[in-house]
Design a protein around this ligand. Structure first.
Ligand code: PGA
Length: 252
């Protein structure tokens, strides 16, 4: 059985006080919860403070990005060791906003994936098609290309430390959630790809989150799909009751 995993991607939102209040609220509300992994990924400048607020709670800490080099003259970047130093467990890699707004390529995401794995951060590797790619019937080709590019050279053993997030770009921040059937189709294709590239054991073990306008009122049916193992949540992760409402969808 794959353990469900719900992660919040706070993106470039909140100020220090509201981020702390959110973390404290989540720590409190998730007390005693069992059978699910939870994480939040604050803006990097707040990672330290949020890590302290979450200490000893059921909510793990993640980052939204990392640089692949260990240290040196890389102005503005943050290393794997720095994030580990602040208590990060996860890092989101290849989010569509980084791919499409900041121009990140599969090759760069691949370097970051290897750096994260080598340094003990668990990558949440995002893949997802644009609306015109879906309309042109290219969804599965795009997913395959991003999977192969971002995960090139990842061993069978390392794959056990990776979470994949399927996030159709047209569903992110738009309120247009993928239907459970649309999402499940891609999740199943990803699971089959894991079997093709690795083996059945890997395919059965790797968790695949869905992301894109997940809210409490659509989470239950999405999370009930056989190959959807959790959610990567943007907008709805900024409110304690909404995030916890999505988590509650798991137990219904
Ligand atoms: P959203 O974002 O839930 O606001 O659509 C999801 C994501 O980008 O991870």
């Amino acid at each position: 059985m794959r353990r469900p995993f719900i992660a919040g991607n706070w993106k470039m939102n909140l100020d220090r006080a509201s981020a702390l209040a959110l973390a404290e609220g989540l720590a409190k509300q998730s007390k005693g919860l069992d059978g699910v992994d939870l994480a939040v990924c604050p803006p990097s400048v707040y990672v330290d403070a949020i890590g302290r607020a979450l200490a000893g709670s059921n909510v793990a800490l993640g980052a939204q990005n990392v640089y692949h080099e260990a240290n040196g003259a890389y102005t503005g970047e943050v290393s794997v060791a720095m994030l580990r130093d602040l208590g990060c467990k996860y890092v989101i890699l290849g989010h569509s906003e980084r791919r499409h707004i900041l121009g990140e390529t599969d090759a760069e995401i691949n370097k970051k994936t290897h750096a994260a794995l080598a340094g003990g951060l668990l990558p949440i590797v995002c893949v997802g098609e644009l609306l015109d790619e879906r309309e042109a019937g290219q969804t599965l080709d795009v997913i395959r290309r991003q999977f192969d590019g971002s995960l090139a050279g990842v061993s069978e053993e390392q794959m056990g430390n990776i979470v994949i997030a399927y996030e159709p770009v047209w569903a992110i921040g738009t309120g247009k959630v993928a239907s459970p059937t649309q999402a499940e189709e891609v999740h199943l294709a990803l699971r089959n790809l894991l079997q093709e590239r690795y083996n059945k054991g890997v395919a059965e073990a790797v968790r695949i989150q869905y992301g894109g306008s997940v809210k409490p009122d659509n989470a239950t049916v999405l999370l009930a799909q056989p190959n959807i193992d959790g959610a990567l949540v943007g907008g709805a992760s900024l409110k304690v009751d909404q995030f916890m409402g999505i988590v509650a969808g798991l137990t219904k």
